[in-house]
Design a protein around this ligand. Structure first.
Ligand code: KG4
Ligand code: ZN
Length: 335
């Protein structure tokens, strides 16, 4: 059926609107608030919610115009229901629900992480389970086994900080900008990943990971090296800490591939935009002869097209949200 969906993502600091037909992107627009939050070194929830309110109407207009779609043609409306910042989520969710209600269209609330998980379908319509998917963003890091769409077996996750959070916190400590992941990625490109050997935690666990020890280790290393005047170039520190995060994510993902016998491995979430992670995922997938599907970096970070493709899936199953539903800031994926 490939329903035509208008989709919204406002869980954090990007106001994003898209039109998709099934898994095909018709338009995908976004207003980043990064500049508004940068001077605070992180996302300020109240500022995020207000900025969503300010840009959501014009972005809706742009998304429909770029797609060449009139609202009369839509089959449904989807929006991120959670997890995320409550005030930010409420803006997109309520706006989307109002459009659906006024147009008498079905409305679908989507789990943000299911959006990331389905994002590879936007470029690979033949992406089908069974698969192992690694999700790594600013708030969540999980290894998910997907036996079939809609059934998400979370095999492992971080026991403390998310991978993106580790990048962001370390970047902040090193005096780099926010968000830190892209900055570290950029610096690391000219650094030596072997310069400093940072710890790879929880080596004895197949799927779970932990990044708080790494954080302590990097902070201690930098402080000591500064005192003794032996601090290596910042690029080397960036490359080395990035390597530690990447190694853990790759190892745990492929443990899951090995144990489930999956022949497809995919990824989503902002951290999957990381160049070194993509490189090492590709090398490992190649070595093992499994198919790797990673969305382009722009579709790894938050966007509304991924909410659209997940929304289309639910709509086709008749899986609508009730008008009485609201956002769920602590929404959890799968079982
Ligand atoms: O999925 P996302 O856009 O938003 C959330 O759902 O959280 O992920 C944002 C996270 C941030 O922590 C950011 O630093 C990280 O993804 N990130 C990266 C890169 N681009 C974004 N981390 C490492 N390397 C990158 N190139
Ligand atoms: Zn996200």
């Amino acid at each position: 059926m490939n329903p035509l969906i208008l989709a919204y993502e406002t869980s954090c600091d990007e106001t994003a609107v898209a039109v998709v037909r099934g898994s095909e992107i018709m338009s995908n627009v976004l207003a980043s608030q990064v500049e508004l939050h940068a001077r605070f070194g992180g996302v300020v929830p109240e500022i995020a919610a207000r900025a969503h309110v300010e840009s959501i109407r014009s972005l809706t207009h742009r998304a429909l115009t770029e797609a060449g779609v009139h609202p009369d043609q839509l089959d449904g409306v989807a929006a991120t229901q959670g997890p995320g910042l409550v005030g930010a989520l409420l803006v997109g969710f309520s706006f989307a629900k109002a459009i659906a209600w006024a147009r008498e269209l079905p409305f679908v609330g989507v789990d943000h992480m299911e959006g990331h998980l389905m994002a590879p379908r936007l470029q690979h319509a033949d992406f089908e389970p069974p698969a192992v998917v690694v999700l790594a963003s600013g708030g969540h890091s999980q290894i998910v086994h997907v036996p079939r769409w809609g059934d998400y077996q979370v095999l492992g996750q971080t026991i403390d900080d998310a991978a993106g959070e580790a990048f962001d916190k370390l970047a902040r400590f090193m005096g780099l900008g926010y968000p830190g992941g892209p900055e570290i990625d950029r610096l690391a490109a000219s650094g030596d990943p072997e310069a400093v050997k940072f710890p790879r935690a929880l080596a004895d666990r197949r799927y779970d990971f932990s990044f708080s020890g790494l954080k302590t280790s990097v902070v201690t290393f930098i402080e000591k090296a500064r005192q003794s005047g032996t601090l290596p170039p910042i690029e080397d520190v960036a490359a080395s800490l990035q390597e530690a995060i990447v190694d853990v994510l790759v190892a745990k993902t492929f443990n899951a591939v090995e144990d489930t016998g999956a022949t497809t491995v995919a990824g989503g979430g902002g951290v999957l935009a990381n160049r070194r992670l993509r490189e090492k995922m590709a090398a490992e997938a190649n070595r093992r002869g499994v198919r790797l599907l990673l969305p382009d970096p722009i579709l790894c970070t938050d966007n509304a097209a991924m909410i659209g493709v997940a929304g289309a899936f639910h709509l086709e199953r008749g899986d609508y949200s009730a008008w009485s539903e609201s956002v769920d800031p602590a929404m959890k994926l799968g079982r």
